[in-house]
Design a protein around this ligand. Structure first.
Ligand code: SF4
Ligand code: SF4
Length: 131
């Protein structure tokens, strides 16, 4: 229902066009926001269960990620953003990436990413930077 309302809003909102549907794996969102993320309790639990001490070491006591354990500062851009030969962006931890990345762009963003592209809640499976 909410998804339907979002699409309706997209249609009637002036100047807001659905340029293209689905993530292009350009990595722009990761570059823009990858240094301002936080881990959810579910992320912490998942990484603990998987024994991903390497990821847990990059979480601050307040849940901010990805921090340098040597100085507690967050990195920018995200250290897991990788560029392929085709210049497509890939997430090196795609299967276990943080919930905040998994859910982006959320309803708070009207399900439009930083490029203005509408990203459905359950897009077709695609290995990309965020979906
Ligand atoms: S969601 Fe991110 S990677 Fe996908 S098209 Fe938008 S900015 Fe690019
Ligand atoms: S999707 Fe992956 S590469 Fe992009 S910001 Fe999140 S963890 Fe980093």
């Amino acid at each position: 229902m909410i998804e339907v309302l979002c699409r309706l809003w997209d249609k009637i909102h002036p100047g807001k066009e659905e340029v293209e549907r689905g993530c292009l794996a350009c990595g722009m969102c990761c570059e823009a926001y990858g240094g301002y993320l936080h881990a959810s309790p579910g992320d912490i639990e998942r990484w603990r269960r998987l024994g991903r001490e390497d990821l847990l070491a990059l979480v601050s006591p307040y849940g901010w990620i990805w921090v340098d354990p040597r100085n507690g500062r967050r990195g920018d851009p995200c250290p897991f953003l990788q560029r392929g030969d085709d210049d497509k962006a890939l997430c090196a931890i795609h299967e276990i990436k943080p919930d905040i990345c998994r859910e982006y762009p959320s309803l708070d963003h009207g399900r439009h990413c930083v490029r203005g592209i509408y990203i459905p809640r359950h897009p077709p499976a695609r290995k990309s930077s965020v979906h």
